[in-house]
Design a protein around this ligand. Structure first.
Ligand SMILES: [Fe+2]
Length: 162
């Protein structure tokens, strides 16, 4: 350890230090683990797929906990009212059933939801019907990461990573 302002023979106190944290960078983001568990950022093969486009969306602060954010991201009961102006189907109040697969790294949850497909979305999704479905593959990775892959019947996919 060197302190440039100190004479090179001056003893440096042992309590002049800061704790080091594990950090990993991948997919254009850095994640710092303040404590255990220290795990790799999950594999996302689609990130390097030249047929897909990556869009770095927004970064904002939410006054909540990471657990609440993840809970919400797996809750498909809110689509019919919270996402009514985009893809939610107001008449589909009952959530579709998730198939859950647990692993050492997290949980994979899969379901098919009803989805509205307004004309402006149809140009992107390739879906020609006003009412369609979305095949959701929602994966949770320890400690606080999520990857949601929504596939339209046309095969167009929208993958969101949180
Ligand atoms: Fe939502």
């Amino acid at each position: 350890m060197v302190i440039p302002q100190y004479d090179h023979q001056r003893k440096i106190s042992s309590d002049y230090c800061t704790k080091a944290y594990a950090c990993m960078a991948r997919y254009g983001y850095a994640r710092v683990a303040l404590e255990e568990p220290i795990v790799d950022i999950f594999e996302l093969p689609e990130f390097n797929d030249p047929t897909l486009r990556t869009i770095f969306q927004f970064c904002e602060t939410w006054a909540t906990s990471a657990v609440r954010v993840l809970e919400n991201s797996f809750d498909n009961t809110h689509f019919s009212f919270e996402h009514r102006s985009t893809f939610g189907v107001a008449a589909s109040l009952k959530p579709s059933r998730y198939e859950l697969i647990e692993s050492e790294t997290g949980v994979h949850a899969e379901t098919v939801i009803d989805a509205v497909s307004p004309e402006k979305f149809q140009r992107i999704s390739g879906v020609k019907e006003a009412l369609t479905t979305g095949h959701m593959r929602n994966a949770y990775y320890l400690p606080f990461s999520r990857c949601l892959d929504i596939e339209c019947p046309s095969g167009v996919r929208h993958i969101t990573v949180n």
